[in-house]
Each structure stands twice: as C-alpha cells, then as structure tokens.
Design a protein around this ligand. Structure first.
Ligand code: S3P
Length: 438
C-alpha cells in the first residue's frame, strides 16, 4: 500500500500480498500513432482506449498547433478530424514535444516533406537525446532539416523539401521511432522507400499505415513503403493495453511470493513481448488467456502467479522487443537464483534517462549488487531487498521500478520524483494501492 500525499515523494510499504484484476492504460506507441497518422489522413477517426498521459498530450498539442481538430468527447476517447497531409498549417510557435521522443521523431518524419517551417523542442531530458539518427536519414531522403550540436540534438528545425523515392535507407540502430520517422517521410516521396533495420523493432507503424491504405511490404529486416497516390484513409482505432505499463505488475506478481494478478486487454504484438519470453526462460508462470486481435493488434488477458526465477542471459534480437522493460528485468535478475546478464542494450543509455546508470542506482538503493556495463548490466542473483530511498531522476520507468522494488522489499521505502509516472501511467499510484495488501 502507498501512503503520503506529497507529489514528488511517495512512501511504499512492503506488500503482504498482490491480488486483483486490472485493465492497464492504452498503449503509448499505438496512441501516438493513432493521433498522428489520423491527423495526416483524410476523414474522421474515433480512437477508443487512448492513453491519456503527458506524452500523448504532447502529440495532441503539436497536432492542434498544426491546425488539426481533435475532439475529446469522453474519457479515453478522442476524435481526430483529418483533412490530409497537405492541410497541416505552419505553426506560429515552436512545437513542444515535452518528454516524448516518440512525438519528436515521428513528427519530424511527418513534417519532413511539407513546405513550411517547424521547430521541435522538448524538456531537458528530450533535449539531451540523440536526433542525428533521424536528421541523417531524413536529409538523405531530401528533407531540409537541421538540429543543434551539428545536427545531433534538439531543437530540430524542419523546412521541408522534396522527398526522393527509390532509395534504401539503413537506420543503423534498432529503433521503432527511427523506422517510423522514415516511413512517414516516405509518404511524401516520389517513389518507394525501403528502410532496413539491424533488428526487428515494434511494427505498429507498418500495421496502422497499412490499414490506412499505404502499400507496405516486409522482406526480412527491410520494410518498403510505396507512397499512396492519394491521402491515407482515416481509421478508427481501439488501443490495446500497454504491455510496457503492464510490465510493472507482471514483474511484481512474478517476484512476490504471494501473488495472483489478472491483467485484462494487454497488447501482445510479438514485436513487444520480449519481456514475456525473458520471464518464461527464467521460470515465470504467466498464462495468456482469450487471445484475440483487436484493431489489427494481438491482445490477451495475462494471468500472473508467483514463481521462483533463475538467472538468464539477455541479448540479441530480444533486446528491442523488451527495451522499455529491461530495468524490470534487472530487478527480476536481482531476485532470481544465479546470475543474470543483459547485453546489447546500449540504447538504454539514451532513453528518458541513462537507464543503465539509473537502474543501477535505484536497485542499489534497495541493497542490490549490480555491475554497470557499457551495453547493459550484470547481477549475481539470489539477493533480497531492504527498504530504500530511490530517485526516479524524472524518468517514468524508473519511478515504477522503484515502486515495484519497494513492494517486494522488507521495509518501508520512498520514491523521489514519483510524479514522473504521469508520462505514461498517471494512475500508477492508485493502481498500486488497489493491487497490494500491506
Ligand atoms: C517507441 C519505441 C521505443 C521505445 C519508446 C517508444 C515507439 O524506442 O523505447 O518508448 O513508440 O516507437 P526506440 O526508438 O528505441 O525503438
């Protein structure tokens, strides 16, 4: 249970039991895309189950500043009135993407082929995140785009330009945001554009653009978009629950000795289920119930029970499929029997915080011994957690990591910067209270 009312500081008590059912909030990646893609399309689209959080608000604000009408008729429902890409208008101010890398990178791709000036900026965290990874390929496609620090950091200035088709672009980094940015620019190209990624990343962009009428084909790690002759067609979207958000409860229930939790309506797109694969390899007991497809995305209910885990080696293709969940995997490794190593995860260093350093700091606050590596982390396993005071460093995933560690620890804990959860899961602290008996 959680007590204390300070916004920044939350007290977390050890949970005696974890029990209950929950529908986790809408998927962040799908929510951003449903807003942006429908804004580029022609027609009216209703989005049900959308994530209402700071990150998705950032996308909505930017789109409204570009002249898009978005209505909010009810809780978790928005209606986007798309009039086609060409109907976007030059904003009279810079666009603030706040903490959201997805907003900035996807927006840059969408704007790359439009003849107007836009400037994208964000908060202190976002202004430290690498943007050369989109500036370079968008420039190669013909866009006029520049950024601070020799084209590597926000703010980004986009002046549009003619996007040249007939090109193959290598992303060089396994990133769903970079792939998405290039595919959005390709909508304005004068011929097909192929994006090649080093490992498969989340494919929500391909699924949704395909449903809207874009011709998209995949050949191994190469995705080709042939620009449609006319605007995309708006589509209604039912947003599945976010597995990256569910991850906090999945890991908490797995590691707690007395837990049984049912999570309803969780998106289980195979490009996102790396955590489930890693936990299965560690010995977790997670059942997928009622598997179904909702709005082009696979969905299931997940029943999670306590389990004794053993350590695991994590690396290679599973990393992009579990990228946002790796801090929680490290926690699982701390409590599992035997060593756990996470490799090939250098991308963690350039998330909302340096998530290698920040995960290590949070786990150390609970008494965990953890080795930081350039591309990941190593843990001995077999540990137990004592109560601690952990700092989210303003990163939503780290606030949730600290809270889960607090539930599993032997004593009371405190999380500083607890309100960071608002980026992706504003009701996190309420749900924590609902699921845990102290
Ligand atoms: C996202 C992709 C991931 C993930 C982020 C959301 C997306 O980043 O970390 O939270 O919606 O495309 P990458 O660009 O590293 O794949």
């Amino acid at each position: 249970m959680t007590v204390g009312t300070a916004v920044q500081l939350r007290r977390v008590l050890p949970a005696r039991q974890l029990r209950g059912e929950l529908t986790v909030p809408g998927d962040k990646s799908v929510s951003h895309r449903s807003l942006l893609f429908n804004a580029l399309a022609r027609g009216t689209a209703r989005i049900d189950g959308i994530l209402e959080s700071e990150d998705t608000r950032a996308t909505m604000h930017c789109l409204r500043a570009l002249g898009v009408r978005i209505d909010e008729p009810g809780e978790h429902v928005v209606v986007v009135h798309g009039a086609g890409r060409g109907a976007l208008t030059e904003p009279d101010n810079v666009l603030d993407c706040m903490n959201s890398g997805t907003t900035m990178r996807l927006m840059a791709g969408a704007l790359a082929g439009l003849p107007m000036l836009t400037v994208l900026t964000g908060d202190g965290s976002l202004r430290r995140r690498p943007m050369g990874r989109i500036v370079r390929p968008l420039t190669a496609l013909g866009a006029k785009i520049s950024a601070r620090a020799a084209g590597t950091l926000p703010p980004i200035v986009i002046e549009g330009g003619a996007i040249r088709g007939g090109q193959r672009v290598e992303t060089g980094v396994a990133s769903g945001q970079v792939k998405g940015s290039i595919l959005l620019a390709a909508l304005a190209a004068d011929g097909p554009v192929t994006v090649i990624e080093p490992a498969q990343t989340r494919d929500h962009t391909e699924r949704m653009l395909g449903a809207m009428g874009a011709e998209i084909t995949r050949d191994g790690l190469a995705v080709t978009l042939t620009p449609p002759a006319r605007d995309l067609t708006a589509v209604d979207v039912r947003v599945p629950g976010d597995i990256s958000t569910a991850a906090a409860w999945i890991v908490a229930a797995t590691l707690h000795p007395d837990a049984e939790i049912l999570l309803r309506n969780v998106g289980v797109n195979p490009t996102r289920t790396g955590l489930l694969d890693i936990l299965a390899a560690m010995g977790a007991r997670i059942e997928r119930l009622e598997e179904r497809t909702v709005g082009g995305e696979p969905v299931a209910d997940l029943l999670i029970r306590s389990a004794q885990l053993h350590g695991v080696e994590v690396g290679g293709d599973v990393v992009p499929r579990a990228i946002d969940e790796l801090p929680l995997v490290a926690l699982a490794g701390a409590l599992a029997q035997g060593p756990t190593v996470i490799r090939n995860a250098e991308e963690l260093r350039v998330k909302e915080s340096d998530r290698v350093a920040a995960t290590a700091a949070v786990l150390r606050a609970f008494g965990v011994e953890i080795e930081e590596r350039t591309d990941g982390m190593a843990l001995h396993g077999g540990g137990r957690l004592h109560g601690g005071r952990a700092n989210s460093v303003g990163d939503h995933r780290l606030a949730m990591l600290g809270a889960v560690a607090g539930l599993l620890s032997g004593e009371e804990s405190e999380i500083e910067g607890a309100d960071a959860v608002a980026v992706s899961y504003p009701d996190f602290w309420t749900d924590l209270t609902r699921l845990s008996l102290s």
